[in-house]
Design a protein around this ligand. Structure first.
Ligand code: PFF
Length: 448
């Protein structure tokens, strides 16, 4: 099968583009707010360092050795008597499920970018009203922007690894970083910055309960794009002789840094004017625009920049959610790229409409199961069950199924003997135990 290869920097930007997404700029800050700040951040950082990074190396390794789509890579690498491991490769389909709501949220961001041109809401009530009207009463507008998101993402994926994915990441990722760091420098000058720093880094242990821990672990997988074959699929196009360990380290570092910067920026703005941090998913859609109003015209500029960064982050992640299934259809069913993109996009476009309708007043009941809207069910299932399950399968496959000598040959010269042993211990014991613990816990908890 054709495999185009990324350039070295192209791969780093693409993998970082996948990791840095709505999870960093939208979800991480509101979760930090909800779970009380410092202690949650600490658990998140520890998980990233001790589990997330190890699983990232493992997932990249499967792609780099398999060089095929998710299903074929597992099949290719499994020993002859364990070929049923190919079914683990179906984790690539999680991306389509995630896209059903991810694309809707990107649509909201587009709508906000467009609306911001008319100025910012003057009170929190007005801001709430804008967001709640959009989500609860305006299915048509939502479908329109969701469709725009589907078309943009589809077009980039259609252009392929080099002409689409690499190219767009090389533009959007540096732009995103420039915007966020620009906002951070401004935030430094605010009194709110100190409070934001303290909120995020001074642990308040009394706020840390088992739910917060489990959510922090789950989020570290989501934010690093682990457990659904996005990193695997990109790694199948790694340049020859790429250093997996180093690349995984850079991507993990960038992802974490950007989440922390986004958190500092948002909380600095909020604390500057005494707003509350624990406002849930509406944090960046409701609180932030209202707060920015205090800066006058400059506030509109900040808001535009912020939502632009959010849109860039969303798009570069979305393409990595779609590519695994597209690659699978091309490799296994001989689809042309165009056909694969059309089929894939159509599926998540349709289900996405169901997801957005499930939040509306008029259609909500029809698109809910029990009392739970389809949107929440899709999000909960992927984020809390399927991604950790995918991560678990990756850890077991690399830790127990792939021959140790093969793993050692690929990684030891990059890591050195000691680090290799620590990494392998993490993949064989720490990651599986933590993931199983987390999934068992979560099954009983309804989130968001
Ligand atoms: N990492 C992305 C984010 O933080 O928004 C979301 C994501 C992308 C999850 C790709 C999983 C994935 F495979």
């Amino acid at each position: 099968m054709k495999i185009q290869r990324f350039s070295r920097i192209g791969f780093i930007m693409a993998a970082a583009g996948s990791a840095v997404g709505l999870g960093n700029i939208w979800k991480f800050p509101y979760m930090t707010g909800e779970y009380g700040g410092g202690a949650f951040v600490l658990v998140y950082l520890i998980t990233i360092a001790f589990i997330g990074f190890s699983v990232m190396v493992a997932e990249m390794l499967i792609g780099a050795l398999g060089r095929l789509d998710t299903v074929s890579s597992f099949e290719e690498l499994a020993p002859p008597d364990k070929k049923q491991w190919k079914y683990a490769g179906f984790m690539g389909f999680n991306g389509i499920i995630i896209m059903t709501f991810y694309s809707v949220v990107i649509g909201w961001i587009f709508y906000y970018l467009f609306r911001l041109l008319n100025g910012l809401p003057s009170t929190t009530d007005k801001a709430k009203d804008i967001f709640n009207t959009l989500v609860g009463n305006e299915p048509g507008i939502q479908i329109f922007w969701h469709t725009v998101a589907v078309l943009i993402v589809g077009y980039i994926v259609y252009k392929g690894i080099k002409g689409g994915i690499e190219k767009i990441n090389l533009i959007l990722m540096p732009s995103l970083m420039a915007i966020l760091f620009g906002l951070l420098f401004y935030a430094f000058t605010l009194d709110g910055f100190e409070k934001a720093f303290e909120f995020m880094f001074a642990p308040k242990w009394e706020k840390l309960n088992s739910e917060a821990i489990v959510r922090a672990v789950g989020h570290s997988f989501f934010t690093l794009s682990l457990g659904m074959g996005a990193i695997l699929t990109y790694a199948a196009s790694l340049p020859k002789n790429a250093n997996i360990t180093q690349t995984a380290l850079i991507v993990t570092f960038m992802d974490t840094l950007i989440a922390l910067v986004a958190g500092l920026v948002i909380f600095s703005f909020l604390f500057q004017f005494g707003a509350e941090p624990g406002q849930g998913p509406g944090l960046v859609f409701i609180s932030l625009p209202t707060i920015l109003k205090n800066f006058g015209t400059l506030g509109i500029f900040f808001a535009l920049m912020f939502f632009l960064a959010l849109a860039f982050a969303g798009i570069t992640s979305a393409i990595s959610l779609v590519e695994p299934v597209v690659q699978y259809l091309i490799d296994r069913f001989d689809y042309t790229r165009t056909k694969a993109v059309v089929v894939t996009s159509f599926i998540y476009w349709i289900v996405g409409i169901g997801a957005l309708l499930s939040y509306t007043k008029e259609w909500g009941e029809m698109f809910s199961i029990g009392k739970k809207p389809l949107f929440d069910i899709l999000e909960y299932t992927t984020d809390s069950i399927l991604l950790p399950l995918g991560g678990l399968l990756i850890a077991i496959f690399v830790g127990y199924i792939l021959h140790k000598d093969r793993v050692r040959a690929a990684l030891e010269h990059e890591m050195g003997d000691r680090v290799f042993h620590i990494w392998r211990f993490s993949i064989r014991y720490i990651a599986p135990v933590a993931l199983i613990f987390m999934m068992l816990n979560l099954m009983g908890i309804i989130k968001i």
